[in-house]
Ligand binder design. Sequence first.
Ligand code: TRP
Length: 335
Amino acid sequence: MSEKKRMITGDRPTGRLHIGHYFGSLQNRVKMQDDYDCYILVADVQALTDNFENPEKVRKNVREVVMDYLSVGIDPKKTTIYIQSMIPEVAELTVFYSNLVTIARLERNPTVKTEIAQKKEIFGESVTYGFLGYPVSQAADITALEGSIVPVGEDQLPLIEQTREIVRKFNSIYGEILIEPEAVLSNTKRIKGLDGNEKMGKSLGNAIYLSDSEEEITKKVMSAVTDPGRIKKDDPGNPNICMVSYYHNLFSTKEEVEAVCNECKAGTRGCVACKKQLAKNIIDYLAPIREKRKYYEERPELVDKILEEGTKKARQTAKETMKKVKKVMKLDYFE
Ligand code: TRP
C-alpha cells in the first residue's frame, strides 16, 4: 500500500483549458504528483447538469481537457485520469447520499446559489433536481475514491464543506467507513482576462487557451486592453492599469518588465511594440505545451488508452468502497 495521501480533483469538460487554469490549478497539480497519490476526474456527468441539451459538447471536450492535462505535464504514470460517468458506483453512491442532505441545505450552498442565479436562461424559475444535487454527486466522486486531499479554487470550498457534512452524517449513522476529505486552496493566483475582467473565461472571450496557435495568441494579445488615457504613441502611459503590463509580469523576465514599464511611463514605447514583445514571450512560454499537445492530438488512441486504464483503476477503488458501503447499509444481499 502506498503511504502517500490520496488527492482527488477534477474539471467539468465544457471547454478547452486556458492559461487561467494553468496558473490557477494545473501547475499545482503537476507539482503534487510526486507527493500524493493523484486522481483527476473528467466530470462529464456534472457537466451535463447544466449542459444536458448539449451531449456532443461534453463528449468532445472530454478528450480536449485530457489533452490539456497531458500537455502541461500531468503524467499518467503518476496521476490516474478517469471519466466520471464510467464509474457507475459514483451514481449509486449519489443516490444513497441523497437521503443525508436536505433540499434547504443544497439551496443554501453559496456556490450552487450563485450558479443558479447565473443560469436563469437554462433553468428559468425552477432549477433541475440534477443541478441542485450536483454537490451530492461531487461528494460521491471524492469519497468513492477515498480522496483525503482536494485541491480546488475558492469557489469550490462550499462544495467540499458539503461533502464533509455528508461524510460525517453517513459515518454517524452507518459506521465510520468514509474518509472526511480536506480542501486545499490551489488558486493562489487568479489570472485576469485580456479585457481586464477579474475572471478569464470562455464565455467572456478574454482567454488565451493552452491549445491556441501562435497566430491566435498574437491576435488576442493585440486586442488586450491598455491604459485608456494613452491616446498617442508618445503619451506617457500607466502600466498599472494596462493588461499588457499585467501579462508581461507573468511571461517576461524581470529585466524586460522593468524596461517596458519605464519606457511606457516615459512615453518612449508604443503599445504595439509592447504587445508584440508580449505575444512573442507567451508564444515561447507555451511552445513546449503546444508541442506536447500536438503529439497527443496526432495519437487519439493513446489518449483513449490513458483514459481507459485510468478509469479501470479508479473503478476498482470505487467498487471496494461500494462493497463497504453496502455492507454497513445492510444492502449486501446474496453475499
Ligand atoms: N465542481 C468541479 C468544478 O466545477 C469539478 C468536480 C467534479 C470536482 N467532481 C469533483 C472537483 C471532485 C474536485 C473533486 O470545477
